[in-house]
Write a protein of this length. Structure first.
Length: 176
């Protein structure tokens, strides 16, 4: 009886692997790129691998509460982006849902971009290192937000847009 049970489970496993090959491939590609980036930075700039893989608090011996609110904000950026993109994916393929799907996808992308900036200090640290001015980064974010509002104003006006307005007003597009 035990062998029959094992034989029945194997085809199910093969079916799951077959239906998940795209997700598995994507995970492998993204992981390879990230690990490759760590290796590249280590070889190119001599940055210790531990500095690229360990928690910043441990590396700089900072108190655990350092950046508490910033870390919480990154959770919110991530959750918001995931909700937008997953909801867009789950919407039907009906033509009347296409505009909302696009709105949610662009909302998710905008949220991801701002979340990446918050998490990796793009406008404060990386862009000046690459020779891109902070003003240029803020201008690109402002342009993205303006495009977003103009492109999706009809959808935004059908929502609780006061919340979006409040969220956008908290963005800090000022240069120091």
């Amino acid at each position: 009886m035990h062998r029959k049970s094992q034989r029945m489970k194997l085809p199910r496993l093969i079916r799951q692997l077959g239906s998940s090959w795209l997700a598995i491939g994507l995970i492998l590609v993204v992981s390879t790129i990230l690990i490759g980036a760590v290796w590249f930075l280590h070889v190119w700039k001599g940055i210790p691998i531990g500095n690229l893989t360990r928690d910043p608090h441990i590396i700089v011996s900072a108190p655990l509460y350092t950046g508490f609110l910033s870390q919480i904000g990154i959770f919110f950026w991530s959750a918001s982006a995931a909700i937008c993109i997953l909801t867009a994916k789950l919407l039907s393929r009906r033509p009347e849902d296409l505009k909302i799907k696009r709105f949610l996808i662009v909302s998710g992308i905008l949220t991801l971009v701002l979340g990446f900036d918050d998490a990796f200090l793009l406008h404060e640290g990386i862009s000046p290192y690459l020779g891109i001015s902070e003003k240029a980064i803020f201008a690109s974010y402002g342009g993205f937000v303006l495009f977003y509002i103009l492109r999706f104003y009809s959808i935004i006006l059908k929502t609780e847009y006061v919340l979006l307005g409040l969220a956008l007003s908290f963005l800090d597009f000022r240069s120091p």
